[in-house]
Design a protein around this ligand. Structure first.
Ligand code: PEP
Ligand code: MN
Length: 339
């Protein structure tokens, strides 16, 4: 349920409405709309008397929210969510560029790539330490050692780190990680989502390969319902009948999710296509469509990468792309301001 308050409502009355709702075991999220405050109410509000609330002096309007996702709903929180990570911000009109190798391999590799992508304008370093591989015989990631190498790369460059958690038992190792990634294969691991909801690090949830927008938003809701409002969504391509590309990038997800939710949306053109030659055009398409940022695989020597070499950009190619992305993002912002 959403309660739209009148302009400049009496503070005491607002506080007493909030405590009354909380006494009924409901969670109340306060947020500022363009000109009004909004109270988003989560929990079983079916027994609440809407007319009674609507009749209060401070209330302009009350609406039930039909969608099953409440905290993630744009109706609850009309302004874009902006997530602060160290010196950078994700969402709210900024362009986030996450870049780095699929997997952390060696100290030289991760530090070399981190320095290169930072010089090109990347704002977050990516790198997998725990890898969800289709084959149990493939490289499974360096695990705890990979996390330590990522921290070393952060120390060298100042770039915050995003890396994937595969299981809740790994959480203690993520104590000093900046953004915790939930991979496509774990999007509906509800136990993991609940546990990530009970801690406060930002969580980036990749879309399951055959998940609908609503299922994806419900995964965000799991994290938010457990207390953590810092959720980022990442579209990384879905399974279709097309086999030429690794997956099919759903760019429509950007404008659709922008209308349904206030959470930032990041696009992963690397896993979406599986081919390095397709990363640049789709990354440009994502920025033109309004994405809040990208996550791009970059490797110093893609031909010898331990994982996902064919979709990885060399640092020089990332540098050229980053320049174009920054220019296009600037153009889009000017257009938006003019319209
Ligand atoms: C990754 O980003 O390293 C990854 C495994 O991606 P996804 O979960 O989208 O397959
Ligand atoms: Mn990969």
């Amino acid at each position: 349920m959403v309660v739209l308050l009148k302009q400049n409502p009496d503070r005491e009355q607002v506080e007493s409405l909030i405590s009354w709702l909380q006494d009924k075991n409901l969670q109340v999220h306060r947020s500022e709309g363009a000109s009004r405050q909004i109270l988003g109410i989560v929990g079983d509000s079916s027994r609440l008397d809407i007319d009674l609330i609507a009749a209060l002096d401070i209330v302009e309007d009350v609406k039930r929210v039909q969608e099953p996702y409440k905290s993630a709903n744009r109706k609850f929180h009309p302004e874009d969510t902006v997530i602060k990570v160290r010196d950078t911000q994700i969402g709210g009109g900024t362009l986030t560029m996450m870049a780095g190798p699929c997997s952390v391999e060696t100290e030289d590799q991760i530090i070399g790539v981190a320095k290169a992508v930072k010089a090109s304008g990347a704002t977050v370093l990516r790198g997998g330490a725990f890898k969800p591989r289709t084959s149990p015989y493939s490289f499974q990631g360096l695990g705890a050692e990979g996390i330590e190498l990522l921290k070393l790369a952060r120390k060298e460059t100042g770039l915050p780190i995003v890396t994937e958690i595969m299981d809740a038992s790994q959480l203690p190792l993520f104590d000093d990680i900046d953004i915790i990634q939930v991979g496509a294969r774990n999007m509906q691991n509800f136990n993991l989502l609940k546990i990530l909801g009970a801690q406060d690090k930002p969580v980036m949830i990749k879309r399951g390969m055959s998940s609908t927008y609503e299922e994806w938003l419900m995964s965000a809701e799991y994290v938010m319902a457990n207390g953590n409002q810092n959720v980022i969504l990442c579209e990384r391509g879905i399974r279709t009948f097309e086999t030429y590309t690794r997956n099919t990038l759903d760019l429509a997800a950007i404008p659709v999710l922008k209308s349904l939710t206030h959470l930032p949306i990041i696009i992963d053109p690397s896993h979406a296509t599986g081919k390095s030659s397709l990363v640049a055009p789709l990354a440009m398409g994502a920025v033109a469509t309004g994405a809040d940022g990208l996550i791009i695989e970059v490797h110093n020597d893609p031909a010898h990468a331990w994982c996902d070499g064919p979709q990885s950009l060399k640092p020089e190619a990332f540098d050229a792309l980053a320049k174009k992305l920054i220019a296009l993002h600037g153009f889009m912002k000017t257009e938006e301001a003019a319209s």
